[in-house]
Write a new protein. Structure first.
Length: 78
């Protein structure tokens, strides 16, 4: 593996980490807006944490799911 490949790989990983962090913050914000300050602890892994179709909570949940998948993909060993 060349240093250029390593650089590109680490750049992609950094981008996916940043996207994941941003999507996670947005989802947490929407969750707290809908359910209050303890929402992440109470509803983070419950169906309520996904939100209803078409709502800002659902859009942020879906964006977070995509960001997690991309981040996991970049973390896989080559």
């Amino acid at each position: 593996m060349t240093s250029l490949t390593l650089s590109l790989d680490s750049d992609r990983l950094a981008l996916t980490e940043a996207a994941f962090a941003s999507a996670d913050r947005q989802w947490r914000r929407q969750l707290m807006k809908a359910y209050g300050p303890d929402a992440v602890l109470i509803y983070g892994y419950a169906p309520e944490g996904q939100g209803d179709l078409g709502t800002p909570l659902r859009r942020s949940y879906d964006a977070r799911r995509v960001a997690v998948a991309l981040w996991r993909h970049e973390r896989r060993p080559a």
